[in-house]
Every structure is written in structure tokens, then in C-alpha cells.
Design a protein around this ligand. Structure first.
Ligand code: IPT
Length: 953
């Protein structure tokens, strides 16, 4: 036991926290190859003869070949006995020998660590400087007088576990090491140590005051301003800073021979009458929770990866980030200032695992931890206080309640009264300027919008806390759990968020999957989750819940979110086009409106609409372009699509980038009636009644199919809403089929009656397939389905059994390579996630139609398809025409294969292409951490009838 590791104290020997300044003073990056050795306990190893490895700094040693990463969700990976940690405490000793560059000034110098996980003890040239905890926060040491021109030795001992780990129980990998930059900073005589830029904006006038610990002179050339520190200056005609128009005024502060760069954004954040305003305008954050993650490097991100995140967010219409659940690398905030994103900067505090002690001993409620907790808030606020993008401080995540939050709140309010404070988990909301929850159902969110939510546990209705809470704006800090295929209902949530003034923003959980690259036993690379490693306990796949896959490929969920939050709603009708500007600040002058008329997905006319002037949050109605209405009659469905694209290049996307679109159907042109025939182009097995061929095409099926490979949301959360379990208990995954009757009627119609149900049970579905010849290429199939047996006795848990899907499964030759369809696309769509799918003619290979979720599960559905053509290998085509619509999925393996697979590489193409033509498939929901799937997206057990036409060609 080493006392400083176990003591709750945040550190010793460190300098006072201050702003992260960019100056022209000499700076030496100490990043690079360091000597490294790993010991099993906190004592380290002092054997001077032991071999040292090399390691790159910054990095996490468990991702550099030393030990293993470990993922837990809420569990602490050590006994819950604060502040102690086990003797088994992997400890990395780091050593760097470095020379000072020539002309390093002979003045003061500071050694800065931007982030070390979890506890670092530091020596320079044999002198101990001190130690620090608080992994995602910087710390500095004074090293004046200790530096040598050559041959300096910097030694850092880093412990994987420390008292600090008790405050860092975020749902993420435990990744030790010096994972952010290490720098040596020269501090010229008389320079400022800390700078605090205060700005405001109201009615066209900006104010600015730059406070510093020593006098200096501020210059803002673009405003022709020059003033002293500590002096308040008003400037007329400045442009305010906002996420939509991130106007930064570059300036400098000169003091003591040093030039400090300033990026000044004029803005005022306020809460008035229970609403959040910036610069006097209400804002609605359309946000994501962002963890820092790279599938190779963990939380050790380079600036290019940070920039990629920002660009991906901007390109997907995201305007806000909650830095869940710790302050990010400081460069990320600079990018947010520059590109424009509202930031909720969250402190590195989470004590979630105290749930396992019934919150007994929770640090925020124990005075012994006060300094450690306040230290974290101070280091965040001091570091990040000059970023215009940071509009809200968050005290932390999932840490229960306690007096320390009062202490933190008081300190922040005195230090920075300009920003409101958010904290979700203390249900009294005493230390929060926002009411806030996670994962409400749609009805609960509506109640919140109306300020009619019930008083939470421990708060008596009508009490001062209750009254105050109701008066606060609401910040939905987590919703839309993007684990696996999903989330569903994003459009439903957005509708509510936009219907009530109380809402100031909402943040999807979460931005990116935390998968880490590794290899399976055969050397195949794949993205690993917690359960793919040996550590126990672990949170398994719960770390794969992002809108981006871990390699930063957008998932269909991100595409859906981008559409749901698009900044312009384009409502296209045959009579007119309505544009609703959802921006909070800017008009639509930066957009061009391009339109296309397409018949059955083939463009027949196109043009451009003049962009009308529409102020923020206003609406305009335009006539449908006459040229679009003048197109002569054609075939199929005629759709008018209007796309809003960037008129000019922006820093985050080129001209032509699409930010919003809308579609409306103008007309339907009925096809000529087919010439009837009584010859059935389909051939049937006389015993099973299933197809043996269709024209020249080998085809098998159909089987009545109710099974889908459960998605993460089908498993619910913590035993709640586990639909997959109830489906399996009933036997939905193992229906057995029996053909009761095959008969041919005089008109050539073949009638097949089947019974499908699981072993053990009486419950079953009886179905009748009625195959009626249409012409010599086509046959129409009408399916009627009727439940029989005892279904009522099968409710499990808190829900009645519903069907995962209802449709038909066909087998086709493996030569089928391509699908072409008319209907929503191109991405997969579901009944509760189809906003982003546009009606058109789409084409994709069977392989490209699979969404490779890192944990295989149902995917690749396409709702409301009008027709589908499958072809490949020079073989005949199969066409499926809806009556009127169907959903399809096509893949080279069965649903059962998909269900069994643990990883993508377990899926091997079979010699059959399996085609599901569904009448219905259950929605996605968000139940992997969230409310139950709304009933309207489920498939009740009841009689159904649907139809389709199969054709050759
Ligand atoms: C919520 C956590 O804040 C977040 O870190 C993450 O774990 C998320 O859940 C699930 O992925 S807490 C939850 C118990 C509501």
C-alpha cells in the first residue's frame, strides 16, 4: 500500500490550475518514445538492471502490448472499499532523457501533463515534483532551476488504480497511461500565468474584458481595438458567436514579452423564464454524447481524429456535444470554437459503481473527498473558461447526490457566473440550472415539456425544490441509445422536443462505438468489446452503442439522426412547398434549393428554386415550380424531391453538400391491366406446396417466417423489456412447418395451406397461400394468416408476446448478386426509423445490403418497397411487386446464422441467397437502455392478410 495512491487527496506539488493558453514562448513537446516498464504493484520495481522497453507517449500501455484493456459499465474493477485499491495495481514506470533546445530561456519553466490515467508521480533529475490524480485533466509542475541544458531525466510512475479511480467510474474502457501530451513550457519573466476572457453580446453590442494575473495589453486588429487587461470595452456592430455562425475575433494579449493568442467569441448565455437563451435567442441543441475513442489508440486521440469528429458532426447536422463524461483534449474545444458546436463541458466525475453499495460511502456525500472533487471542477473550469463554444458546465455524470456538489456549484458560480450549470443525477436539482433526465419514454418527455412531470422520489410535490425544478429549462442529457441496430423513434422524440419551449437540447447516447481492434484465433482482425477479453466482470457489448462504428463509419442510425434534425424542414406537397427554418440564429441564404421530378425513380425534370429569405425559426411557403407541374404524364409514382445544399464551401463541407431534403408525391400513373393467363409460371412441389422453380429461376419457399435475429434493443436492459427472451421462450426462433393441403383450382390458382409453430406449444400460425396466375410471366400470391392455439398464456415478464416479423422466406441461387428496388432507401429502414430513407430507385449488391454490426443482428430491412428486382450471374431476374408495399431483406446467410454469430467473421456466405419479403417487421426502439418499444411499432398476434406479385424479368 502506497499512501498517496490510496489517499483521497487529488495531488501534491502541482501549480494552481489555469487556462490552456497558446503563446509564442518556447515550448518543447516531450511526446515521443519513452523508456517504459510495467510492474504488478504500486511499488514499481527499482531493480536498476531490469530491461526497459520503449513506449510511445502519449498512449495507453494496455494498447501498446503491455497488459490488457478492461471494460466495465458501472462496476468498479476492484473491491468497493474507498479509497483503497488492490495490491494488484499495474504500475508503469516511464523515463525520458531529453536535452533543452538551444536558446531555451534561462527563466521559469513549467512541465505540463494534459492527461495521465489514473495517478502519476513525477521526478525531474532526481527531484520529486509531486503527484496528481484526475485522469482527464491537466496538471503542471514548476521546474524552474531543475533543468539542465542536456541530459535531463524525467521519470513518471503511473498507477492503473488509485483513489482517483473511485471518481472515474464512467461507462468505458479502463485505459491507463500517459495518454495526452507532455510539454515543457518556458515562462518569460513578467508573463501572465492565467487569462480569463469575459465577453457578452446584446442588441448588436459586444462587450469584452480580459482579466489576467499581471497587467498586459489586448489587441483585436479586426475591430481596431487596443485596451488594457481588466478594462471592459463595448463594441458596436460585432457579430456574435454561435454554433451556427461561429464568428471568432482573433486577438492577442501581450505581457512580459509574451504574446498570448486569443480567440474571442462574443456571446451571452442566459436562462430567462425557464428557457435557455444565447445572445437573447432560444436555442435547441441537437446533440450527441461524445467519448474520446479511437479503435487503435483508445482515448489518446490525435488532432486529425478530433477534427474528423467535428466535421462528421457538422456534416450530420449535429450542433452540440456533451463531453461525456470528462473534459476532452483541449484541442477539441478549439475545434468546437472554430467550426461551431455548442458544448456542455462535463467534469471528470462519475461514481456510478456505488449503486452496488446502495450509495453507501458515495464520495460526493463524504467530506473526505471534497477537495478531490472540487479540484476536478476547478481544473476543468480554469482550463476551458475561455472557449465560446462551452456554454454549460456539467458537474459530472451518475454520481448520486452529496454536499460536494454544493461546494463545486458555489465555487463555479463565484469563478464563472457567465455559464449555467448542469447536473442530472441529484433529483433535487439544487445544484443545477436545468431539469434533466435520461432515457424517458415519449409520454414522459411530453409531460416534461408541459412541466407536468411527477415529482421525483425524495422530492415532495409542491415543495420549494419541486416548484423550482419545474421552473427550469430541460436538458435531455441522454436518449436514443444507439446500441446495435437503432435507435428507433428519433423522429418521435424530435417532434416532442420541438413542441415545448422548455426543451433546450437533447443528446443521443452516444457518438461512437468503443470497439477496439484485435485479432481472433485465426488472426482475423475484428472490433472487440468488453466480453471479447478475459477480464471479469466486464460490461460486454454495452460499449458498442454509438452512431459511428468504432472505425468512424457512420451507422444507419447516424444517417437517420442527421435527417431527423435537419436544419430545414422541406415539406413538399402537390399544392406547395413549405420551408421551416429550424436554425436558431441564421437564415437560409447559404442554401440552394434543387428540385427533381422522378417517375418510378427515373428523373424526368429538374431545376432550382430561388431561396426565399426565411429568418431563424420562421417558415415560408413557395409554389411548386411550374416546370415540375408541366411534365407530361409518365409511368409509376411521380415524386418531387427538393434538396437544400450548401451554396458555397464552408470550413466543414464543400458547396453542394446536402443539409436537408423533402419529398412529396405528385401523381400515380396506373399501369395497363395485364393480359390474363391461366398458365402458372410458378412450379410447385405437390407435397409441400413450395415453389420448385419460377420460369427459369431456381427458387425455394416460401416459408412463413416470424423470426428475426434479435437486435440489441430486443434484449432490453437489466431484465426489463427482454422481448428476445420471450420470443425464444415461446419458440419463435424454431417454428416447424407442416403443409396440410395443396390444391389447384380451375382458374389455375394453387392453394396451399400450412401450419407453423414451435415444439411443445399449441400456439401456431395457420396460413393460406393463394397463387393466382396473372399472365405468362407473373403470379399473384395472397397470404392469409391466422393465429391458432394458446397464445394468451404466454406473456413473459412485463409484456405480451408479439411477433418479431411476419412474412415469407424464399431461397434463391447464390448467383443473385444485385438488388434494385423502388421505395425508400438507400439505407436500411424500419417502421420507427425511416425518416432518412427517400423514395427512389436504388441499387445495391447483396453484400452491400448488409450492415456489419460488430455484434451480428437483424439488419438490412427496407420498408414500404413498391417493387424489387433481383439478378446476377446472367441468371434470370425475379421481380417482386407489392400489393401495395412490402419490406425486404436479402442476405447470403439465414436469420439463424445471423442469430448464432458472435462476430462478423462468423458469417460465411452459403450457397443460397435468402430473401425475406415481409408484411411487417417490428421496429427498433431503444430498449437496450431506455423505455419499452411503443406498442405501435410491435406486431400483435392476430389475423393478417397481405399480397404480392412474383414476376420473371
Ligand atoms: C447512462 C450513462 O450515463 C452512460 O455513461 C451510459 O452508461 C449509458 O447509460 C448506457 O450506455 S446511465 C443509465 C443507467 C441510465
Amino acid at each position: 500500500m502506497t499512501s498517496y495512491v490510496d489517499s483521497p487527496s487529488p495531488g501534491a506539488g502541482r501549480r494552481a490550475p489555469r487556462a490552456d493558453l497558446q503563446t509564442d514562448s518556447p515550448r518543447l513537446s516531450l511526446n515521443g518514445q519513452w523508456k517504459f516498464r510495467l510492474s504488478p504493484t504500486a511499488e514499481g520495481t527499482d531493480d536498476p538492471f531490469e530491461d526497459w522497453d520503449t513506449i510511445r507517449v502519449p498512449s495507453h500501455w494496455v494498447l501498446e502490448g503491455h497488459g490488457e484493456p478492461w471494460y466495465t459499465n458501472t462496476a468498479y474493477p476492484f473491491p468497493l472499499d474507498p479509497p483503497h485499491v488492490p495490491d494488484e495495481n499495474p504500475t508503469g514506470d516511464y523515463r525520458l532523457r531529453f536535452d533543452l533546445p538551444p536558446h531555451w530561456p534561462d527563466t521559469a519553466s513549467v512541465l505540463r501533463f494534459q492527461g495521465v490515467d489514473s495517478c502519476a508521480r513525477v521526478w525531474l533529475n532526481g527531484t520529486e515534483l509531486g503527484h496528481s490524480k484526475g485522469s482527464r485533466l491537466p496538471f503542471e509542475f514548476e521546474v524552474t532551476g531543475l533543468l539542465l541544458p542536456r541530459g535531463n531525466v524525467l521519470a513518471v510512475r503511473v498507477h492503473r488504480w488509485s483513489s482517483g479511480s473511485y471518481l472515474e467510474d464512467q461507462d468505458m474502457w479502463w485505459l491507463p497511461g500517459i495518454f495526452r501530451d507532455v510539454e515543457l513550457l518556458a515562462r518569460p519573466a513578467g508573463c501572465v500565468d492565467d487569462v480569463f476572457v469575459h465577453t457578452g453580446f446584446a442588441d448588436g453590442t459586444g462587450t469584452v474584458r480580459v482579466d489576467a494575473d499581471r497587467p498586459g495589453v489586448v489587441e483585436i486588429p479586426s475591430l481596431s481595438l487596443r485596451f488594457d487587461t481588466g478594462v471592459s470595452v463595448s463594441v458596436d456592430g460585432v457579430e456574435p458567436w454561435s454554433a451556427e455562425s461561429p464568428r471568432l475575433y482573433r486577438g492577442t494579449l501581450v505581457a512580459g514579452g509574451e504574446r498570448v493568442e486569443l480567440a474571442i467569441g462574443f456571446r451571452t448565455v442566459s436562462i430567462v423564464d425557464g428557457r435557455l437563451f444565447v445572445n437573447g435567442r432560444p436555442i435547441l441543441m441537437r446533440g450527441v454524447n461524445r467519448h474520446e475513442h479511437d479503435p487503435h489508440r483508445g482515448r489518446s486521440l490525435d488532432v486529425e481524429t478530433m477534427r474528423r469528429d467535428v466535421l462528421l458532426m457538422k456534416r450530420h447536422n449535429i450542433n452540440a456535444v456533451r463531453t461525456s463524461h470528462y473534459p476532452p483534449h483541449p484541442e477539441f474545444l478549439r475545434l468546437c470554437d472554430e467550426y461551431g458546436l455548442w458544448v456542455v463541458d462535463e467534469c471528470d466525475i462519475e461514481t456510478h459503481g456505488f449503486a452496488y453499495s446502495g450509495w453507501e460511502g458515495n464520495p460526493p456525500a463524504d467530506p473526505a473527498w471534497r477537495d478531490a472533487l472540487v479540484d476536478r471542477a476547478q481544473r476543468m473550469v480554469e482550463r476551458d473558461k475561455n472557449h465560446p463554444s462551452v456554454i454549460i458546465w456539467s458537474l459530472g455524470n451518475e454520481s448520486g447526490a452529496g454536499d460536494a456538489f454544493g461546494d463545486i456549484e458555489r465555487w463555479i458560480r463565484q469563478r464563472d457566473p457567465s455559464r449555467p450549470i448542469h447536473y442530472e443525477r441529484d433529483r433535487s436539482y439544487r445544484h443545477s440550472d436545468f431539469h434533466s433526465v435520461m432515457y424517458p419514454s415519449l409520454p414522459e418527455l411530453t409531460e416534461i415539456g408541459l412541466r407536468e412531470e411527477p415529482a421525483p422520489d425524495g422530492v415532495s410535490p409542491g415543495s420549494p425544490d419541486d416548484v423550482r425544478r419545474r421552473s427550469l429549462p430541460h436538458l435531455l442529457c441522454e436518449y436514443g441509445h444507439a446500441m446495435g441496430n437503432g435507435p428507433g423513434s428519433l423522429a418521435d422524440y424530435q417532434r416532442i422536443l420541438e413542441s415545448h419551449e422548455r426543451f433546450c437540447g437533447a443528446f443521443i447516447w452516444e457518438w461512437i462505438d468503443h470497439g477496439l481492434w484485435g485479432h481472433d484465433a485465426d488472426g482475423v482482425p475484428y472490433l472487440r468489446h468488453g466480453g471479447d477479453l478475459d477480464q471479469k466482470p466486464n460490461g460486454e457489448r454495452f460499449c458498442l452503442d454509438g452512431l459511428l462504428f468504432a472505425d468512424r463509419t457512420p451507422s444507419p442510425g447516424l444517417v437517420e439522426y442527421a435527417k431527423v434534425i435537419e436544419p430545414v424542414v422541406v415539406d413538399v406537397r402537390p399544392s406547395d412547398i413549405t420551408l421551416r427554418n429550424r436554425y436558431d440564429v441564421i437564415d437560409l441564404a447559404h442554401l440552394r434549393l434543387l428540385w427533381t421530378v422522378a417517375d418510378d425513380g427515373i428523373a424526368v425534370a429538374s431545376g432550382e428554386l430561388a431561396t426565399p429569405s426565411v429568418a431563424a425559426r420562421a417558415t415560408a411557403v413557395l409554389p411548386v415550380p411550374p416546370a415540375a407541374l408541366a411534365v407530361p404524364p409518365g409511368t409509376g409514382e411521380r415524386w418531387l424531391t427538393v434538396r437544400a445544399v450548401l451554396a458555397a464551401d464552408t470550413p466543414w463541407a464543400p458547396a453542394g453538400h446536402e443539409v436537408a431534403w423533402g419529398q412529396g408525391m405528385l401523381a400515380v400513373f396506373k399501369p395497363p391491366a395485364p393480359s390474363r393467363s391461366s398458365t402458372n409460371v410458378a412450379r410447385f412441389d405437390p407435397t409441400t406446396g413450395r415453389l420448385t422453380g419460377f420460369g427459369d429461376l431456381a427458387i425455394t419457399g416460401p416459408w412463413l417466417d416470424v423470426w428475426r435475429a434479435p437486435i440489441e434493443n430486443d434484449h432490453g436492459h437489466g431484465g426489463l423489456n427482454d422481448l428476445a427472451r420471450s420470443w425464444r421462450a415461446v419458440g419463435m426462433d424454431r417454428f416447424l412447418h407442416r403443409t396440410d393441403e395443396v390444391s389447384t383450382l380451375d382458374d389455375g390458382t394453387v392453394v396451399v395451406r400450412v401450419h407453423c409453430g414451435p415444439a411443445t406449444q399449441t400456439l401456431a400460425l395457420k396460413a393460406e397461400f393463394r397463387w393466382t396466375p396473372v399472365d405468362d410471366r407473373s403470379v399473384h400470391l395472397r397470404v392469409t394468416v391466422e393465429p391458432v392455439g394458446i397464445w394468451e398464456n404466454t406473456p413473459i415478464g412485463n409484456h405480451t408476446v408479439t411477433l418479431p416479423r411476419l412474412g415469407l422466406r424464399f431461397g434463391l441461387p447464390a448467383t443473385v448478386e444485385t438488388a434494385e428496388w423502388f421505395g425508400p432507401g438507400p439505407h436500411e429502414s424500419y417502421v420507427d426509423s425511416q425518416t432518412a430513407a427517400r423514395v427512389g430507385r436504388h441499387r445495391a449488391s447483396v453484400d452491400a445490403l448488409q450492415t456489419p454490426y460488430p455484434v451480428p443482428q437483424e439488419n438490412g430491412n427496407h420498408v414500404d418497397t413498391r417493387w424489387l428486382r433481383l439478378y446476377g450471374g446472367g441468371r434470370p431476374r425475379l421481380r417482386v411487386t407489392g400489393d401495395p408495399h412490402f419490406a425486404f431483406t436479402v442476405r447470403r446467410w439465414t436469420t439463424e446464422d445471423l442469430d448464432r454469430a458472435a462476430h462478423p467473421q462468423d458469417l460465411r456466405p452459403s450457397d443460397t441467397v435468402w430473401l425475406n419479403i415481409d408484411h411487417l417487421q417490428q421496429g427498433l426502439g431503444s430498449a437496450s437502455c431506455g423505455p419499452a418499444l411503443p406498442d405501435r411499432y410491435r406486431i400483435p398476434v392476430k389475423p393478417y392478410e397481405f399480397g404480392l406479385t412474383l414476376s420473371r424479368g
